[in-house]
Design a protein around this ligand. Sequence first.
Ligand code: RP5
Length: 166
Amino acid sequence: MKVGILMGSTSDESKMSKAKETLEEFGIESECKVLSAHRNPDKVVNLVSTARENGFVAFICGAGMAAHLAGVVAAHTTLPVVGVPLSGGALNGQDALYATVQMPKGVPVATVAIDGSQNAALLVLQMIGITDSEIAEKLQKYKEEMACLLYTSPSPRDRTRSRMPS
Ligand code: RP5
């Protein structure tokens, strides 16, 4: 079982790194690839259309500006797709937010906040936790720990690996 983490450009890597880190903290394998809905759409379709047989259970897709990556991925799979609109460009992510969230009926993309790659991973973990009780338990501990850390510094959203439940 693995999660596909796709991004439209190498320039997106720093904004998407939290997704991989968060999945790793919970012991879930991921595969990261730079693939563009515009610049090499054939490669996107090839990867995604064979994803289920290759062990993928979900995709996290980050892109900026005219962000069509998550939508194109969702068009070619019945696996869940979480879209991460990324900041940058003249509109600083608002363009990517609208492009990612405003999917047509029948082709859903679960869209998180601009640059919200950590939440994208947590959402996928929650999907995995529907049937995986170990992950569900770790998520419960994560929430409890977040509540404990609410009044400490740094804020819970900036927690480091060392604070994660094992
Ligand atoms: C999008 O355009 C990418 O996801 C990236 O966020 C943005 C800029 O890409 P580069 O021109 O830096 O490759 O497709």
